[in-house]
Design a protein around this ligand. Structure first.
Ligand code: GAP
Length: 476
């Protein structure tokens, strides 16, 4: 299946089966915002729960949930007021507004498609070194890049546009009341460094993990959940002694890579992309992205950064509060370095969904048919088991409901008695349910059930009182 149509098929499945809906759809939708439906919320919660456990069910990391609105000085200290912006350009004729870098990237893609590799490489070089608005403007004008809709080449100068959403606290909408919706959870962690350290009696090295909503007024919100204006992040800031930072940076790269693999993500769909030394943010000592091969191409999934002591020092400077650590044994005093792992919960959701999606040809005797299946790892699957009576009579529905109710105390399971058994399997395959439990005539006499495995489609027979053990060993 072609790449774009794969994404379309996934988006359509996500809507049809209740994973993701467009926000405020009945009013025509709101760009860059999405709602998680009955199955989507289960998948999202499973992703967040797994991340939370892997991060905080250990002695050296504590959790935090900081507020979305923060003191405006936070964003001056973090640098977001000055530099969290995209270069924008307006077309004079169409009045369309575009991200200048995206216009250029799309132009480079077109050059590649036309086989103009030398020209593509030279424009790419210019784009890689572009910083000032004029740098982007001169590429667009020199190359004669047109407005993608109207074809017009009449452009305004490039200006930077801040991505933070602004609002006001209290009834008066003046600058003194201006606050911003946080564009990342990390700053809520930095400003709480001392609180987390002292209240939990941690010692460096230690980390603070946080899951929460972040907001960015993104100009281009394409590709479904990939780049949205409201999204959830799972960020962990690990505070280390300077000099031990590089070791921890290596450690966290490996941990985070393995986390994706441990949830069944295909290794060939993942790659590490190092930020070259000359492209690092001014405060960073090392940075790597874990990228995923989405249907539209490679895209960042997670960033692991050695942020040095930049953030704590900046907050120290702007708040005039000491953010040092004092080693109780050696009496050394220092501002810790930070290794950050930052991943989108919603972007991970999209990656897990894309990775799980498959349309397979299956044959039964002479017959060949297609089945759509989501190969989620059992721990992430929204529904852990479907429970069916083979037929709607002879006490089978009652026995199946009894099993379903028993399992629901621990797992999300779904009872289904409608339609042929094959169709019920397909319905569960399509939403990634790893197991289907069927009550049949034998169940009523020997208390056994069949368990059908989603991926192999094989069936086994087990005693009904072993179902919980079976699920526990396959899911947990
Ligand atoms: N504190 C560092 C930080 O926020 P980032 O690379 O801007 O770094 C981290 O964001 C992760 O958050 C990204 O790798 C991505 O998974 C997710 N993310 C960022 N912007 C997003 C957006 N507009 N929509 C969805 N996810 C986003």
């Amino acid at each position: 299946m072609a790449k774009q149509s794969t994404l379309d098929a996934i988006v359509s499945l996500a809507k049809r089966r209740g994973f993701v809906f467009q926000s405020s759809e009945i009013y025509g939708g709101l760009n860059g915002c999405w709602d998680y439906g009955p199955l989507g919320i289960e998948l999202l919660r499973n992703i967040k729960e797994s991340w939370w456990k892997s991060m905080t069910y250990r002695d050296d990391i504590v959790g935090l949930d900081s507020s979305i609105l923060m003191h405006p000085r936070t964003w001056e200290a973090s640098g977001h007021m000055d530099s969290f912006s995209d270069p924008m350009i307006d077309n004079k004729q169409s009045k369309g507004r575009f991200r200048a870098d995206t216009l250029i990237e799309e132009y480079i893609e077109r050059l590649h498609k036309k086989g103009k590799e030398v020209q593509a490489a030279s424009v790419q070089d210019r784009l890689d070194t572009a910083v000032a608005p004029e740098d982007y403007y001169s590429i667009i004008v020199d190359e004669g890049i047109p407005d993608p809709v109207s074809g017009s080449k009449e452009w305004t100068p490039v200006r930077y546009f801040n991505l933070m959403f602004k609002t006001f606290v209290g009834p008066v909408e003046d600058e003194s009341a201006a606050v911003y919706l946080r564009p990342e959870t990390a700053q809520g962690t930095f400003v709480n460094f001392k609180n987390a350290l002292e209240s939990s009696r941690q010692k460096v090295p230690f980390g603070v993990a946080q899951i929460g909503k972040s907001f960015r007024n993104e100009i281009n919100t394409k590709y479904f959940l990939f780049r949205t204006r409201e999204f959830e992040q799972m960020e962990m800031e690990f505070f280390t002694k300077p000099g031990e930072d590089v070791e921890w940076y290596e450690y966290w790269r490996e941990q985070r890579w393995n986390w994706f693999l441990s949830h069944g993500m295909k290794e060939e769909s993942l790659r590490l992309k190092e930020h070259p030394a000359d492209k690092l943010a001014h405060y960073a000592k090392g940075a790597v992205d874990i990228e995923y091969l989405f249907p539209f191409g490679w895209g960042e999934l997670e960033g692991i950064h050695n942020r040095t002591d930049f953030d704590l020092k900046r907050h120290q400077e702007f708040s005039s509060k000491k953010l040092e650590y004092v080693d109780t044994v050696t009496r050394e005093r220092y501002v810790p370095y930070v290794i950050e792992t930052a991943v989108g919960a919603s972007r991970s959701f999209m990656a897990f969904l894309c990775d799980a999606y498959d349309v397979e040809e299956i044959s039964e005797g002479e017959k060949t048919e297609e089945r759509t299946v989501l190969h989620f790892s059992p721990s992430l699957a929204p529904i852990k088991a479907g429970v069916f009576p083979l037929v709607k009579k002879d006490g089978m529905p009652e026995a199946a409901k009894e099993i379903h109710q028993r399992l629901q105390k621990h797992y999300k399971t779904q009872y289904d008695e409608s339609g042929a058994i094959g169709r019920r399997y397909r319905r569960q395959d399509e939403v990634g349910t790893p197991f289907c439990i069927t009550v049949d005539g034998d169940t009523l006499t020997d208390s056994t059930v069949t368990i059908r495995h989603r991926d192999s489609m094989e069936q086994e027979r087990i005693s009904a009182d072993r179902i919980e053990d079976f699920l526990r060993s396959h899911i947990d």
